[in-house]
Design a binder for this molecule. Structure first.
Ligand SMILES: [Zn+2]
Length: 402
């Protein structure tokens, strides 16, 4: 992983079609523009270069959100709401949420669990330019045991043969990534507790092996310490949440932290802006411990990337700032926070060579905001222009406020 490039005071980006052609100091980019214009004038008799100036603004890579659920509405009972609507209605609502994300400057999302392959349809419609939205990577239905966490999304499977079959089905349905619910979660009443494993190491290994056969990465939802340990041992690509819940409270295993760092497994804490209510909800001491773990993991060399879990109760679409503020809260410098939501997140989802940086050859995924997010994250709420794979998009709604 190479570090993000340093900020440029008077910078410019030249885009042709869907790609970045040049990025750097404005004077250098201008020279390239002139060369291009000369060539075009000679070739066609017209220039066709459109120039957009944004004085006092910051241009940065479009944001990448490693963890969203377009199928959920962020309301108080997302499960009941989801189950009450048919697929056509749900797809329509998912398109609206995708639009809200794009309005907030998010040009890539990884959807880690929806129903009926709807995110595949939305992904393809957005890629074709039929509707505005970010690039979508979709897990389709997350793999979970019968009656397990988020079983209602349609990904139930048991045993090594059963989970292999489910991976094959998701791959056939167009999945970009395989998601496994390695531990319980709080959305599903009656399932495993959050600290309890839902699959054994053998099943997780079977999932990873089958996913590799289809060229797909694996994301493991793991709140429990046992599930985190097994997920890393099985060789998953990203651990989601990574909450370190043991049988009696927080249980961070130093050997597993070392394994995470050594293996290069990405960790996406998937904390929405809900983190601000953790103190009253879980107690100040536990909250400080949980959130402090982010800084300790970073210091231990664990690869972190940002995601918002948008769609779960309270996790509204379009408030990436509220989610990112948790990293500022525990002491990450702002340039590093922006990395977590751009270059690091792009690498975590397997798109480091295509987006997340302002670099020639990368897709033109750009965000222009008023002010300077390197000194105040809230500048990300003042979205002036979003460019997603070369398509300019002026936001119709302001990003969600604090
Ligand atoms: Zn989630």
């Amino acid at each position: 992983m190479d570090a993000a490039l340093p900020p440029i005071e008077d910078g410019a980006v030249l885009v042709a079609g869907r790609r970045v052609v040049a990025a750097g100091p404005a004077t250098l980019v201008e020279a390239q523009v002139e060369a291009q214009v000369d060539a075009q004038v000679q070739a066609s008799g017209g220039s066709g270069v459109r120039r957009l100036d944004h004085p006092g603004a910051t241009l940065l890579p479009g944001l990448v959100d490693c963890h969203v659920h377009l199928a959920f509405d962020a309301g108080a009972d997302v499960v009941a709401t989801l189950r009450a609507v048919d697929d056509d209605t749900l797809l329509d609502r998912m398109a609206g949420r995708a639009r809200a994300l794009l309005d907030a400057g998010v040009t890539t999302v990884r959807d880690l669990g929806d129903r009926g392959g709807l995110a595949v349809r939305l992904r393809d419609a957005i890629a074709a330019g039929a509707v505005p939205g970010p690039r979508i990577l979709t897990a389709t239905a997350p793999i979970t045991p019968p009656g397990g966490h988020c079983w209602f999304l349609g990904g139930e499977a048991a045993g090594e043969d059963g989970v292999r079959e489910r991976v094959r089905a998701n791959a056939a349905a167009g999945a970009d990534v395989i998601k496994v619910m390695a531990s319980g979660g709080h959305l599903t009443p009656g399932g495993a507790a959050m600290n309890e494993s839902q699959f054994g190491l053998a099943e997780l290994r079977a999932i990873v092996a089958e996913a590799r056969r289809h060229g797909l990465p694996v994301a493991a939802h793991a709140h429990g310490t046992d599930a985190i340990a097994d997920a890393v041992a099985a060789g998953v690509d990203t651990v989601e949440h990574c909450t370190w819940l043991g049988r009696a409270g927080v249980d961070v295993r130093p050997d597993v932290v070392t394994a995470l760092a050594r293996s290069g497994t990405w960790v996406c804490p998937a904390l929405s802006r809900n983190w601000k209510g953790f103190g009253p909800r879980f107690g100040e001491e536990l909250t400080a411990h949980l959130l402090g773990e982010l800084a300790r993991a970073d210091a231990a060399g664990v690869r972190l990337a940002a995601g918002t879990d948008s769609g779960i109760p309270g996790a509204v679409f379009g408030d990436y700032v509220g989610a990112l503020e948790v990293f500022e809260h525990v002491g990450f410098p702002l340039p590093r926070v922006l990395e977590l939501a751009t270059s690091a997140a792009a690498e975590a989802v397997g798109l480091g060579g295509r987006t997340g940086r302002l670099r020639p050859g990368h897709d033109a995924d750009l965000l222009v905001v008023g002010g300077d997010p390197l000194t105040d994250l809230r500048a990300l709420r003042d979205v002036r222009l979003v460019v997603a794979r070369g398509r300019p998009h002026v936001p119709v709604t302001a990003p969600a406020g604090p």
